[in-house]
Design a protein around this ligand. Structure first.
Ligand code: 13P
Length: 253
């Protein structure tokens, strides 16, 4: 069996001022010093990236951005490029989060452009996919995942995608307290890994990390992580407090 280092990632979404982010970060660094065998990442609002990077140097926690633009520079008011994020100390970037798809017009095509830009700048992309409630009810879960993976990763080859992380976040489980059951998560993750095998071959399918996201909490993380194809968690609400993120990071304890 292939070893995939688990990744516990926090998506702070639009929460915390710079002062609050730094405050949480200080506590988090102290609480996670002893974590081993698990990669940790926090994606704060972009104004906190550079100041947090300074604090996180030498810590167990990597820094991620929540979005990027695909151009390197130019007249794109309000946007940030992969190079800018890297220069602020990011090593990861979230791409195509369902909230961006829902509220900001993100499509598989723009996901694809952002992914290529992230890879070109050596950022580790976390491509977010997942079905809505209506799509699951209509029995469309797997075809939605097919489209999001095939179109989102279009034009890329397994050699390009060695660092890729996929986050399966069923939209109906985000911020609702309604977690997918361990079996539902495993079923979707297995499906995604088989899809990666068909598209890119076994080597990449075996090494790609697939995170689960949607109401992950200290109380359910261990059972989710015990599923064979769940390689980590992308956590919103429960990543905001240092204590609960630390509990997630220590899920093996
Ligand atoms: P919650 O953990 O708050 O459900 O959010 C999940 C999520 O969207 C992480 O990206």
């Amino acid at each position: 069996m292939t070893e995939r280092t688990p990744l516990i990632a926090g998506n702070w979404k639009m929460h915390k001022t710079v002062a609050e982010a730094l405050d949480t970060t200080r506590t988090l660094i102290a609480l996670t010093e002893d974590v081993t065998g698990v990669d940790l990442m926090i994606a704060p609002p972009s104004v906190s990236l550079a100041p947090m990077a300074e604090l996180l140097t030498g810590s167990r926690i990597a820094l991620g951005a929540q979005n990027l633009h695909w151009e390197q520079q130019g007249a794109y008011t309000g946007e940030l490029s992969a190079q800018m994020l890297a220069s602020a100390g990011c090593s990861y970037v979230l791409i195509g989060h369902s909230e961006r798809r829902q509220y900001f017009g993100e499509t598989d095509e723009t996901v694809n452009k952002r992914l290529k830009a992230a890879l070109a700048a050596d950022l580790i992309p976390v491509v977010c996919i997942g079905e809505t409630d209506a799509q699951r009810e209509a029995g469309e879960t797997f075809s939605v995942l097919d489209n999001q993976v095939i179109n989102g990763l279009d034009g890329l080859f397994s050699d390009d995608l060695g660092s890729l992380v996929i986050a399966y976040e069923p939209v109906w489980a985000i911020g609702t307290g309604k977690t997918a059951s361990d079996e539902q998560a495993q079923e979707a993750h297995r499906y995604i890994r088989e899809l990666m095998d068909r598209q890119f071959g076994k080597a990449l399918a075996n090494t790609v990390r697939i995170l689960y996201g949607g109401s992950v909490k200290p109380s359910n993380v261990k059972a989710l992580m015990a599923m064979p194809d769940v390689d980590g968690a992308l956590v919103g609400g429960a990543s905001l407090a240092a204590e609960s993120f630390s509990q997630l990071a220590h899920y093996q304890a």
